[in-house]
Design a protein around this ligand. Structure first.
Ligand code: 13P
Length: 244
């Protein structure tokens, strides 16, 4: 399976011109890489300007659960897909924290995104002081409720402990290994061992060019979800080269 390297640009960069320039730089940095699937998730407003290529797929950072209607400021999954997204990040901790997203909302969004033929990157992870297993298991079972085995083929799970996001305090590779195994155990409980082994599991939280390799070699994960470091084309390129 190709490793997945997902760039979550969050609400960056500040202008469309900069976003276009960053994408061009990233394209240069990752030239020749064939062993990784690279997915860039820019702010939705630029999806249409930033064209995917053979080397780069595009993703959205969010979508609404309804198809259309009176939802000021929102975009539907079909709109994101129509603008070039092949993936959508759902359940990111920043949306849970600042936008009040619950597992039930994430579940509705996943179902809507699947109908629009988007692949899902579902984020799960505990806050500081919370018990990882309790949080991850309940987030997974509630967010994935009602999804068929077939639908699960379009789902990627990203473990992003909230305490590691943007803090420089990345999860240790050993802990990421245990969490990866726990996520597969939970998928086995919810579905089957076969599905658990087929579902890609990623790590995100203060990933950089120095620590990236260990999550693949030591933690045996299937890829990375990169925030801050994805805004630096050279560093992102280094991550992509190291893990592919
Ligand atoms: P950082 O890589 O900046 O810690 O962000 C991780 C993240 O939230 C990716 O979705």
């Amino acid at each position: 399976m190709k490793k997945l390297i997902v760039a979550n640009w969050k609400m960056n960069p500040k202008a469309a011109k900069e976003a276009l320039a960053l994408l061009e730089e990233v394209k240069k940095e990752i030239r020749g890489i064939k062993e990784a699937e690279i997915i860039i998730c820019p702010p939705a407003i630029w999806l249409q300007n930033l064209k995917p290529s053979a080397a780069i797929k595009m993703g959205a950072q969010n979508c609404h659960w309804e198809v259309s209607g009176a939802f000021t400021g929102e975009i539907s999954a079909a709109m994101a897909a129509g603008a070039g997204a092949e993936y959508v990040i759902l359940g990111h901790s920043e949306r849970r924290q600042f936008m009040g997203e619950t597992d039930e909302i994430v579940n509705l969004k996943i179902k809507a995104a699947l109908k629009a033929k988007l692949k899902i990157i579902l984020c799960v992870g505990e806050k500081i002081g919370e018990e990882m297993s309790a949080v991850v298991e309940s987030q997974m079972s509630a967010s994935l409720a009602g999804l068929s085995v077939n639908q699960m083929k379009e789902v990627v799970i990203a473990y992003e402990p909230v305490w590691a996001i943007g803090t420089g305090k990345a999860c240790s590779p050993d802990d990421a290994l245990s969490v990866g195994l726990f996520i597969r155990k939970t998928l086995t409980k919810l579905y089957s061992r076969f599905l658990a082994e087929k579902t890609p599991v990623l790590y995100g939280g203060s990933v950089n060019g120095q620590n990236c390799e260990a999550y693949i070699s030591q933690s045996r994960l299937d890829g990375l979800l990169v925030g801050g470091a994805s805004l630096d084309a050279k560093e992102f390129g280094q991550i992509a080269k190291k893990i592919s």
